[in-house]
Design a protein around this ligand. Structure first.
Ligand code: NAD
Length: 487
């Protein structure tokens, strides 16, 4: 397969996708490719009336199609067909993804798209296998716990892995018998439209997968607050998650899943393998230019291995070369937008002003597009902004410690608790500290998700509520009903 393409000659889908069809709307915002800064398209911003049209359409389609009432195998078969079509259209989806995001087209085509198809199959299998429970009541009655879909799920996704994030929201919701209205990020609107089109082609009834384009304050807020939305599933920043909680509290209580930000520690002990650890530290911050929620952005190293790791990291951080996301071979990813690049640089410069030492990087690349150099900052105190704030860029801090307790104190973030990396060959220490680390996921002597989709992902503390992936994500798309019958 050839991956390279010309971004200006790509046919971009327009408008929203409602009731199984594209719906035109006035383009309101210009979309720029972060790889070059050139304008590549326009996006509409759905107002409350357009959101209402999508939500009422979804409710109607859910009732008319019998999606939740037919034998669950229907859902399983349709979702498997959808996964096949997604794989068959990997090239198209990857180009729509790469044109405006930070995802290199080759990685999207060979990674993001097939993994999304795999995750759809994973959730499809729950449709006809996950059972309720029989309750241990007295012989005079029969008690059971049944699980039912919510109805219409309002899903909101970020820009950093648009196809994967859409899949995480859509697949468990549909498998559980819900309809979905999805709002992708205003910066990466296109691939979700293609996913929705393929859903209809796969036999998922029209109106069950809807996509509304727009920003957070207008479209996102209208979706969350719509009375026809039964459950909210959100992935994005902690700030937007808090705004959504507030909106839900004001507009009527409904369940929500929030996958939010992180500032994950990479805790390295003297006995760790230096080469394997350096590979993991690199993998924890450089892919997608550090724009992933589980980025291991706080490197915390025991003094005896610090020099060996600093030297290895400096070499690895000097290697990446930027390339447009539509190049044949993946290069270092751009930062999603100029404002975001300026924000990253602002934190780096503030970190330097507060005593941080820039060990490498610390500036943008000297080329067109929004590319920022891999940056390592040493000499930082616990209250340095580079240590406290989620930067969402290729920037890591480097701190050292002597004792296990000192290392654990540095690893603990006052607000975030998404993930943690732990590097040691001492099994007892690994097990002891795995229990003490305040994070929804701990990776030991590795870093990053595997393809074991059964492992749920989600944060502690301000990193989120509830889980994506795993059995938990399927369960989060159903509500239980306790039934007691006297015999
Ligand atoms: P963001 O919060 O700015 O936007 C995310 C989505 O929310 C977008 O679609 C946006 O339009 C919408 N939105 C913003 N404000 C809203 C509001 N008030 N009401 C409703 N919708 C609103 O985040 P981003 O910049 O797109 O993504 C980066 C963030 O996402 C980072 O903080 C990252 O850690 C987080 N993230 C978390 C996970 C996870 O699994 N925990 C995964 C990916 C990204």
């Amino acid at each position: 397969m050839t991956f390279a393409f010309d971004p200006l000659s790509l046919r971009l889908p327009a408008g929203h996708f409602i009731d199984g069809a594209h719906v035109a709307d006035t383009p309101r915002a210009e979309l720029r490719a972060p790889s070059t800064g050139q304008v590549i398209g326009q996006v509409p911003v759905a107002d409350a009336a357009m959101v209402d049209r999508a939500v009422t359409g979804a409710r109607r389609a859910l009732a008319a199609s019998g999606w939740a009432e037919l034998p669950p195998r229907h859902r399983l078969v349709a979702l498997h067909r959808w996964a096949e079509l997604i794989e068959a259209e990997a090239g198209t989806l990857a180009r729509l993804e790469a044109v405006c995001s930070s995802r290199p087209v080759a990685q999207a085509a060979t990674g993001d798209v097939p993994v999304t198809a795999e995750q759809i199959r994973f959730f499809a299998e729950f449709a006809d296998k996950e059972c309720g429970a029989l309750a241990p009541t007295g012989a005079g009655s029969l008690g059971f716990v049944a699980a039912e879909p919510y109805g219409v799920v309002g899903a909101i996704a970020p820009w950093n892995f648009p196809i994967s994030m859409a899949g995480w929201k859509l697949a468990p919701a549909l498998a559980a018998g819900n309809a979905v209205v999805l709002k992708p990020s205003e910066m990466t609107p296109f691939s979700a439209l293609c996913l929705a089109e393929l859903a209809v082609r796969a036999g998922i009834p029209a109106g069950l997968v809807n996509v509304v384009q727009g920003d957070g304050p207008l479209t996102g807020a209208a979706l969350v607050g719509h009375p026809g939305i039964d459950k909210v599933s959100f992935t994005g920043s902690t700030r937007a998650g808090a705004a959504i909680m507030e909106n839900i509290a004001r507009s009527g209580i409904k369940p929500m899943t929030l996958e939010l930000g992180g500032k994950s520690p990479m805790l390295v002990f003297d006995d760790a393998d230096p080469d394997l650890t350096a590979d993991c530290l690199e993998r924890g911050i450089l892919p997608n230019a550090g724009q992933f929620c589980v980025a291991g952005s706080r490197i915390i190293v025991q003094r005896g291995i610090a020099d060996a790791l600093a030297e290895r990291l400096a070499a690895r951080f000097a290697r990446p070369r930027p390339a447009p996301t539509w190049a044949e071979s993946p290069g270092f990813s751009p930062i999603i937008s100029e404002p975001q690049l300026r924000r990253i640089d602002g934190i780096v410069q503030a970190a330097r002003a507060q005593g941080g030492e820039i060990l490498c990087g610390g500036a943008r690349f000297d080329c067109e597009g929004s590319f920022y150099r891999p940056t390592l900052i040493g000499g930082v105190s616990a209250d340095n902004p580079a240590v406290t704030e989620e930067i969402f860029g290729p920037v890591a801090t480097f701190q050292t410690f002597d004792t296990e307790d000192e290392g654990m104190a540095l690893a603990r973030h006052p607000n975030y608790g998404l993930c943690a990396g732990l590097f040691t060959r001492d099994l007892s220490r690994a097990l002891r500290l795995t229990r003490r680390l305040e994070a929804g996921t701990v990776w030991v002597n590795r870093y990053g998700r595997s393809r074991d989709h059964i492992l749920p992902t989600g944060g502690w503390k301000a990193s989120g509520l509830g889980k994506d992936l795993g059995r938990e994500a399927f369960a989060a798309n159903r509500r239980t009903k306790s039934v007691l019958i006297d015999i």
